[in-house]
Design a protein around this ligand. Structure first.
Ligand code: UDX
Length: 437
């Protein structure tokens, strides 16, 4: 099939490459010339494991191209909308400008029978509005809402082997003509047994909001338990292991630490609360306010613990932050807890050096006032305290005996509870975890 993918960021670039991998002829369209030039040269404009290799493999097939020219959408059977929906400036709601702009510029190129497929995360009710706009310009075109659930760092695998496919269609019926067309797009996945569910547009939009809210709630739940553990001398990692053995609870997403960040969970729960308010259902999501508050509190707690680790004063203390990305295997620093903690320590007078294997260029754009050092050994020289804030494998594997001779004072705060506390203490370090005695 011939497929258009509009928006070539973290979602769209991966989706375009994966659709081409499935055998389709794909054109990726984005207004950002820099992104298009990079992708045209088979180089992703961000770090995502396995993506560059996939782009390179696809180069020989000639099935994948990128352009800034929207007229390239003409002639495609299916048009995926993968643009961003960031948080509005100074508000909780989602900014839908890119979604509306993409639909507007696509409309002149639609033909009867074409299917527009929304993948961006949008407030419930958006798809119905877009369907109306599409019908007004081409009554024979259809809109499907097909949310993505991919995780950065696993995006290629999550796109090619998703847990499920969700199709939202106007009448919520399996017989909707767009269902057969989307089934052809995903025929290889469906053939491999990936479940797919057809539902009405608002349900499909809500599936995404509900899934992200549940994940955020699970993380904040365990971080709330970490607060109680800190107050009572209990260990949250053992607590998580024990409750996680109950199948109904499950151990995944119960890692207490500095909290969640990234381009999805924080802004999605806020947008969900804002939308519920507009719908008169704000009471239903009041608990998400607490989920958000617990999450923000973890960052404040780390600053306080660092102060305690530095014996009461941050002024002129040399702090090395290991990790700037919001999670490992990503260069994304959007709402990164690690980076926001680094910036707060800097504003309180500490001399902060940040290191990260992939995210330093993005971090430096966001917080130019911090010092950045790519080499871990250089970054930790003479440090008064180390803060492990993003659990990259290279930081998890650091040797406390080797490091002890490089730092100024052997003190470490393990913001992700991934280090062997006994081993670090045996090597002479003052070790602090989160929610651990
Ligand atoms: C998330 C959802 O998982 C994905 O389904 C959705 O499509 C987009 O949002 P992503 O933002 O890539 O994906 O990251 P995820 O792996 O969910 O992690 C989010 C944040 O939670 C990270 O900052 C991570 O460090 C943190 N986290 C995760 C924890 O603090 N504890 C955990 O147990 C799990």
């Amino acid at each position: 099939m011939r497929i258009t993918v509009i928006g070539c960021g973290y979602l769209g670039a991966v989706h375009a490459a994966c659709m081409a991998k499935l055998g389709h002829e794909v054109v990726g369209i984005d207004v950002d010339e820099g992104k298009i030039n990079s992708l045209s040269g088979a180089v992703a404009p961000f770090y995502e494991p396995n993506l560059n290799e996939l782009l390179e493999d696809l180069r020989e097939t000639g099935r994948l191209s990128f352009t800034t020219d929207m007229t390239a959408a003409a002639g495609s059977d299916v048009h995926f909308i993968c643009v961003g929906t960031p948080q509005k400036e100074g508000e909780n709601g989602a900014d839908l400008d890119y979604v509306y702009a993409a639909t507007l510029s696509l409309r002149p190129h639609l033909r009867a029978g074409d299917v527009v497929v929304g993948k961006s995360t949008v407030p419930v009710g958006t798809a119905a509005r877009l369907a109306g706009r599409i019908r007004n310009s081409e009554p024979g075109a259809h809109l499907v809402w097909n949310p993505e659930f991919l995780r950065e760092g696993h995006a290629v695998a999550d796109t090619l082997q998703p847990d499920r496919l969700v199709y939202g269609v106007q009448d919520g019926s399996e017989d909707h003509p767009a269902v057969t067309i989307l089934d052809r797009v995903y025929s290889e996945l469906l053939g491999a047994g990936i479940p797919r569910m057809v539902m009405a547009l608002p349900t499909a939009e809500l599936v995404k909001a509900a899934a992200n809210s549940f994940l955020a709630t699970k993380i904040s739940f365990i971080n709330a338990m970490a607060e109680v553990c800190e107050a009572s001398g209990a260990d949250v990692t053992q607590l998580a292991d024990a409750i996680g053995m109950d199948d109904r609870i499950g151990r995944k997403f119960l890692d207490a630490g500095i909290g969640f960040g990234g381009g999805c969970l924080p802004k999605d729960i806020r947008a969900f609360m804002a939308r519920a308010g507009e719908l008169g259902a704000d009471q239903a999501l009041t608990f998400l306010r607490e989920v958000d508050a617990i999450n923000v509190r973890r960052r404040e707690r780390v600053v306080e613990l660092t102060r305690a680790l530095c014996v009461g004063a941050l002024q002129d203390k040399r702090i090395t932050v290991l990790g700037a990305a919001f999670k490992p295997e990503s260069d994304d620093v959007r709402d990164s807890p690690a980076l926001s903690i680094a910036a707060e320590l800097h504003s309180q007078g500490a001399i902060v050096t940040v290191t990260d294997p992939k995210a330093l260029p993005n971090a430096a754009k966001r917080f130019p006032e911090l010092q950045y050092e790519f080499d871990t050994e250089w970054a930790i020289q003479g440090a008064d305290a180390l803060l492990l804030l993003t659990e990259w494998p290279q930081y998890r594997g650091l040797d406390p005996y080797e490091l002890a001779g490089m730092v100024g004072s052997p003190r470490i705060l393990d913001g992700r509870n991934v280090l062997d506390a006994a081993k670090w203490r045996a090597a002479g370090w003052t070790y602090r975890g989160l929610g651990r005695p």
